[in-house]
Design a protein around this ligand. Structure first.
Ligand SMILES: [Fe+2]
Length: 357
């Protein structure tokens, strides 16, 4: 099958406290906060925080649901690590940077001939910075992390599986990935060319399964970018033809559209299509990520939602200096009516916050 996947769209994780998460992403990983909104399912307000590179590009976006209500269990059948690209020769900088922040890390390691450092989020989530010389995406910088060392976007993700076979077949047959190599227990897959589209299956046959629901310290899903609604409809039909009949309906997530499938190894895999305006629909490039935004269908419940959320402070340096970020031309030119009908049927969930449920 010719792949419809253009790369990774976003990776979604469950940390614990919200401020702790903001501090880790913005100070330790030196990401730009791109969006503050809320989980669009369920009836209890949970933040949905987005972090990315300087241009808030699809393929650099980690999102988090700070979920201190319940602890998750890390294990197999889960996304085990989120990997970012860094310039060649900078793994040593990142090791020292993690030391300065007193973060637990692996030291400099090597996989498929590339140097990387793995670091642990305070909630237990794992991240990697992986040397990749070919990445020209616009890096976000901070006082401590300058342009010559900063992350550009995702390199990919590591998924832990007890058995490689069916998960491999899923990526190849259902999603059109190509297997590009094996390094010890790691099996590498790639969708198309370019950077930011690598999946490493980590074969861990004896590792107990991790939890599937929301829970602090665990990853929830990985999302792949299909770009268009037409590609989503094709992918849904293909999934169903292969027998993945539990593929969800296509949901309106306001900033993009989403469809979810539980993959054979246990990992929840989302496919997404982009909508005109993307993350810039409801705030200017200069203000991106600096305050809470709700989708229009939740605005009438703003007070009830905000009163149940932990207040957070975003570093002042999160505001871009003029000329340091760019809105992609096709995004800047597009006008989006958030309630307009899509060409394909969409599902939209609306909870009642603050009421007795
Ligand atoms: Fe998602």
């Amino acid at each position: 099958m010719k792949t419809l996947v253009k790369g990774i769209h976003h990776i979604t994780l469950c940390p614990g406290g919200a401020q702790e998460d903001v501090d880790f992403f913005t100070k330790v990983l030196a990401q730009r906060m791109v969006k503050q909104t809320v989980l669009m399912d369920g009836s209890i307000p949970i933040y949905h925080l987005y972090y990315g590179n300087a241009d808030a590009q699809v393929g650099s976006i980690a999102t988090s649901f700070p979920y201190s209500r319940k602890q998750g269990r890390a294990g197999s059948g889960q996304l085990a690590a989120t990997s970012y690209t860094i310039p060649n020769g900078t793994a040593g900088f990142w090791k020292d940077h993690f030391d300065r922040h007193q973060m637990e890390h692996s030291g400099v390691q090597e996989r498929f001939g590339r140097k990387y450092v793995r670091v642990k989020h305070p909630a237990g989530l794992l991240f990697e910075v992986m040397e990749e010389p070919a990445d020209t995406r616009n890096a976000w910088t901070t006082k401590e992390v300058s342009k010559d060392v900063a992350t550009h976007g995702f390199f990919g993700a590591v998924l832990s599986v007890r058995d490689v076979r069916d998960q491999e077949q899923f990526f190849i047959e259902a999603l059109g990935f190509t297997k590009v190599g094996v390094d010890g227990p790691y099996h590498r897959f790639q969708a198309g060319d370019g950077v930011g589209n690598v999946i490493d299956l980590h074969h861990e046959p004896d590792r107990a399964p991790g939890s599937w629901g929301f829970g602090a310290g665990t990853a929830h899903h990985i999302a792949l970018n299909l770009e268009t609604d037409e590609a989503m409809a094709k992918q849904k039909a293909w999934y169903e033809e292969l027998g993945f009949t539990d593929t969800s309906e296509i949901k309106d997530r306001f900033y993009f559209h989403s469809m979810y499938t539980r993959s054979p190894g246990g990992i929840l895999v989302e496919c997404t299509s982009n909508v005109p305006g993307g993350f810039y629909q409801d705030e200017s490039p200069e203000e991106l990520g600096t305050k809470l935004h709700l989708p229009p269908w939740y605005e009438d419940q703003r007070e009830a939602i905000v009163s149940q959320l932990e207040p957070i402070t975003v570093p002042e340096e999160n505001r871009p200096k003029s000329g340091t970020t760019a809105v992609p031309a096709h995004v800047a030119a597009a006008k989006h009516d958030p309630v307009e009908e899509s060409k394909i049927p969409l599902s939209r969930y609306k909870a009642k916050f603050g009421a007795e449920n």
